[in-house]
Design a protein around this ligand. Structure first.
Ligand SMILES: Nc1nc2c(c(=O)[nH]1)N[C@H]1C(S)=C(S)[C@@H](COP(=O)(O)OP(=O)(O)OC[C@H]3O[C@@H](n4cnc5c(=O)[nH]c(N)nc54)[C@H](O)[C@@H]3O)O[C@H]1N2
Ligand SMILES: Nc1nc2c(c(=O)[nH]1)N[C@H]1C(S)=C(S)[C@@H](COP(=O)(O)OP(=O)(O)OC[C@H]3O[C@@H](n4cnc5c(=O)[nH]c(N)nc54)[C@H](O)[C@@H]3O)O[C@H]1N2
Ligand code: SF4
Ligand SMILES: [Mo]
Length: 870
């Protein structure tokens, strides 16, 4: 039987229909109407018990649930009694469901009595939250996805929409195809796949967003393009904001020069903005993750307020959320400086109302510690117990090595997670197995405030439990049983929905009250619905805001201080996402297919910088910042601004030797939101030339060498899943070492050529089945890694000669990297179709299927069309 559920990945929140074997986009879901990107359509491949955390563990011992829950409750109880409630903390995640999030927040703020609960949304959305609250009085995204289709101008700033929100990108692309007059502007220092849709790409210098939007305000004023009636009737603070914006003057040549773009491009952008009543500005981490992320958000909103373009069809600022339930977490109050249902901790009336609703006398009175400060407090010993749920701070917080040391030294670290091995899990005293996607049940809210169900369709593995259940059980054991009576997640959702009545009482737009009396059956039947559950799906379109006087607020945004780039760290390191991986890879890292696009950690640099710093394309680069270092491959990318580099955020110590980008990122925070500046880390780069390179296929952990990167292979031996390691090293290798890297085997194939430093080994069992394979050389040994992976899966005994060669005897030509992950179509195949006359994405699809399923590779197909036809 098929069920309808919601994709576990990004904040687009696509509906999925699946029976556990087949999976397709849900045609009825308003977010995607049946479409799915490559991550969504491959999610079934990431399921399975392999490397799952299946039993609770205390100090490394498997224990029954009762024991583990008592232990958590006792330790937290003891620390609170001895040191007060602020000596404990929760660190949670936008990947929790609304019900999980609600009970975690209720327990910490409402009953333990501390607001020391923060979430990874601090790293993600908190600057946008500040911007919304300052401008609108409430953290509300005013618009809907439909607005992107109605707009005449779509601005995508600090957003690699094509890779990070693919279905939103596809909706914009389809709208533009239907209405070719529609314009798309991308603002990003880097040329990304998103730029393929752009009529204009403003490759501004990193961090120049405030000057850009301040310039826009000035330009609109100079050209009589403000909506003065709207400003007068519905807003406060315009004059001061315009004055601040005007401080940089209106010399467009000088401004363009400062921002590193041409004057024509700059004024074209301003002109289009002035001309298009229907303008949507989508913003994401390039805006939020900055020293002045909150101001960057407000500078965008200022331009929309000044033209009356908020919450109207086709016209809105649109902060797009990252995680599947980033929005839900903000609704229930997962941030340390929010109460619940968009109310404020430090507002006495809000406080009294929530305390009354929860029937508690211990409701936290002051804001708690925000993510980075929270882990600083763990480091200093002020926080003595921390419970981490559904996030991986040892990889995703800035100064990640410090975070690891802080956790190692902390008295009590509890981690609830789905997987058995992870960099944060390795620091845990107590490990609690949580249900994952496909097993858990609850609600999520997407970027356009649409609340959808995640429904279970596979059996819980081992003893894993839902996060809400785990928190509820601990709450009961801490003495709060009467406030945590829940038997089923639907009771929690109904309670949360009822609580939103308080939001309405205090003039907030968040309204779920129609779901307050939801029965279990209605909860089961829930169809995706936007809040406010009743009335207009857009917010603030009438010019009435959630501020005390109902007026929207301009926020004067000072230009950032120009930072001198020192000789010690001359490159600005940017970081973010790649198309086929999700965060710390605990899910996407299980599907070999998702490594076909990009299989190793890398730093992308401009070809000029590669030359200047004497790096080698395809070689290795050591990056060092004030706080840490990394070792990754070099990618040449003419779309990088000279003087900048880009590293993906995904690789952890589980997947490579030293490629955690957050080991490099210093904890520089936006002063209003506490969000770290992940996009602008000063680093230096230097070449590393290993003495040898290699490939190793084995089920064993990686050998201790200078560089390794792992890709799981779709082949299983009795001892586990086969892994493919790319290796490189400096030290001489001995026969013994090579021997130690290989398993016990009945038969060996070996080739030694000490003259060229070339060694090959294949380990076979008594029936001739492949157990492990190794090749080492001064250059990277030639082999067909996909063919080799298949040799592990094949029952048939492969020819020994081919095995030693690492490729089939009748090997065809190298077809280059996989571009279309769905149909595994490679670059050379696509290029051949173009050379044979395919002149559009559709034509390529007809010839070789590429791009015809999820469409995630369409931007790359366009790129190939361009390069091949040149
Ligand atoms: N494939 C994939 N998709 C994802 C995720 C994933 O892990 N993988 N994660 C999800 C999550 S949680 C999030 S938050 C979103 C994030 O989605 P995005 O924000 O779109 O993704 P990022 O790659 O972090 O960064 C976006 C862009 O900001 C640009 N940028 C850097 N500095 C500046 C600057 O100074 N100004 C401007 N204007 N731009 C700048 C970067 O070059 C980058 O291209 O993605 C979601 N979707
Ligand atoms: N340098 C740099 N750093 C960044 C960013 C960046 O752009 N650059 N982006 C930041 C942003 S926007 C984000 S959102 C963060 C993301 O960073 P994280 O939140 O640290 O990354 P995830 O890999 O999503 O971690 C989720 C963890 O929860 C587990 N999990 C999954 N589902 C469940 C569940 O239902 N219950 C429980 N208990 N566990 C579950 C997974 O196995 C995994 O270990 O990274 C931030 N860090
Ligand atoms: S765009 Fe892709 S990753 Fe995001 S929700 Fe839709 S299918 Fe999932
Ligand atoms: Mo995020």
């Amino acid at each position: 039987m098929s069920i309808c559920t919601t994709c576990p990945y990004c904040g687009v929140g696509c509906g999925i229909k699946t029976d556990g074997v087949q999976l397709q986009g849900d045609k009825q879901h308003p977010a995607n109407a049946g479409r799915l990107c490559v991550k969504g359509s491959s999610v079934l491949e990431t399921l399975g018990d392999q490397d799952r955390l299946l039993q609770p563990e205390v100090n490394g011992q498997v224990v029954p649930w009762d024991y583990a829950l008592d232990e958590v409750a006792d330790r937290f109880r003891r620390i609170v009694d001895e040191h007060g409630p602020d000596a404990v903390a929760f660190y949670v995640s936008g990947q929790l469901l609304t019900e999980d999030y609600y009970v975690a927040n209720k327990l910490m703020k409402g009953f333990i009595g501390s607001a020391n609960i923060d979430t990874n949304s601090r790293l993600c959305m908190s600057s946008a939250v500040v911007a919304h609250k300052r401008a609108f009085g409430e953290d509300v995204v005013p618009g809907c996805y439909e607005d992107l289709e109605l707009a005449d101008l779509v601005i995508l700033t600090g957003s690699n929409t094509a890779w990070a929100h693919p279905i939103v990108y596809q909706r914009i692309a389809a709208a533009k195809q239907a209405r070719p007059d529609m314009k798309v502007v991308v603002i990003d220092p880097r040329r990304t796949a998103t730029c393929d849709l752009a009529d204009l790409h403003l490759a501004i210098r990193p961090g120049q967003d405030v000057p850009l939007f301040n310039g826009l305000l000035t330009w609109l004023d100079d050209h009589g393009a403000l909506d003065q009636d709207y400003i007068d009737a519905h807003t406060d603070g315009f004059d001061a904001t315009l004055n601040t914006a005007r401080q940089q003057g209106n010399d467009w040549d000088a401004l363009a020069e400062q921002m590193g773009v041409s004057k024509v491009d700059l004024t074209t952008f301003y002109h289009w903005f002035a001309a298009c009543e229907r303008t949507v500005t989508v913003f994401s981490q390039g805006v939020n993750q900055a020293r002045n992320g909150s101001d960057q958000g407000n500078a965008i909103i200022n331009a929309h307020l000044a033209t009356g373009r908020v919450g109207k069809p086709g016209a809105s600022p649109f902060s797009i959320t990252g995680q599947p339930n980033a929005m839900g977490g903000r609704e229930v109050g997962g941030l340390a400086n929010q109460l619940a249902v968009h109310l404020d901790i430090d507002n006495p009336e809000h406080h009294a109302a929530v305390a009354d609703f929860w029937q508690t006398e211990s409701l936290a009175k002051e804001n708690g510690l925000t993510a980075v400060d929270l882990f600083n407090a763990v480091e200093s010993g002020q926080v003595k117990a921390v419970w981490i749920m559904a996030t991986n701070p040892v990889d995703s917080l800035p100064e990640a090595d410090r975070v690891r040391h802080a956790l190692m030294a902390c008295d009590t670290v509890v981690v609830s997670d789905c997987v058995a091995s992870g960099d944060t899990l390795a620091c845990a005293d107590i490990r609690l197995p949580a249900l994952g996607w496909g097993e858990k049940s609850g609600m999520v809210t997407n970027s356009e405030r649409c609340v959808s169900r995640q429904r279970p369709f596979v059996k819980a593995p081992g003893n894993a439990k839902g996060d809400w259940w785990i928190v509820t059980e601990v709450a009961r054991r801490m003495g709060y049983a009467s406030a945590f009576p829940y038997q089923h997640e639907h009771e929690i959702f109904a309670e949360y929905s009822a609580l939103t009545a308080l939001a309405g009482r205090f003039g907030r737009r968040l309204d779920m009250t129609a779901a307050a009396d939801l029965s279990a059956d209605q909860y089961e039947q829930w169809q995706p619905q936007q809040w406010p559950l009743q009335g207009d799906p857009r917010c603030f379109g009438d010019g009435c805001f959630a501020t005390p006087n109902g007026r929207g607020r301009f926020v004067a945004c000072e230009n950032p201080r120009v930072r001198q780039i020192g000789d010690a760290f001359p490159i600005i390191l940017n970081s973010g996402r790649i198309r086929d991986q999700w965060h710390t890879m605990t899910r996407t890292g299980r599907a070999g297919r998702l490594f076909a696009h990009l299989s190793e950690p890398f730093a992308a640099l401009h070809p000029k910088d590669i030359e200047r710093y004497r790096l080698k394309e395809g070689g290795f680069v050591r990056l060092a910042s004030k706080v840490g270092d990394a070792l990754v491959r070099v990618t040449s990318d003419a779309g990088q601004r000279p003087g900048t580099a880009f590293m993906p955020m995904h690789w952890t110590d589980q997947f490579s030797r030293r490629a955690r980008v957050d080991a490099l990122v210093p904890a520089r925070l936006d002063p209003h939101s506490g969000q770290p500046a992940f996009k602008h880390t000063p680093v230096n780069v230097s070449d590393w030339q290993p003495r040898w390179h290699g490939w190793l296929f084995t089920v064993a952990p990686p050998p201790a060498v200078e560089y390794w990167a792992r890709v799981p292979v779709d082949a299983f031996l009795q001892t586990g899943q086969v892994q493919r390691y790319r290796l490189a090293g400096d030290a001489d290798l001995t026969e013994q070492q090579l021997h130690d890297w290989m398993p016990e085997a009945a038969q060996w194939l070996a080739l030694n050529d000490p003259a060229t430093g070339h060694f090959r080994r294949a380990a076979l069992d008594s029936e001739g089945r492949l157990l492990a394979w190794l090749a080492i050389g001064e250059e990277l040994p030639l082999c067909d890694v996909e063919w080799l992976a298949n040799c592990f899966a094949d029952e048939a005994d492969t020819q020994h000669l081919a095995l030693l060669a690492g490729q089939p005897v009748d090997a065809g030509p190298d077809l280059g990297p996989v571009i279309c992950s769905c149909f595994q179509v490679r670059q050379k195949t696509i290029e051949a179709t173009v050379e044979e006359g395919a002149d559009s994405v559709e034509a390529i699809g007809k010839c070789c299927q590429a791009g015809t399923n999820c469409g995630s590779c369409i931007p790359e197909l366009r790129g190939l069309l361009e390069t091949c036809s040149v």
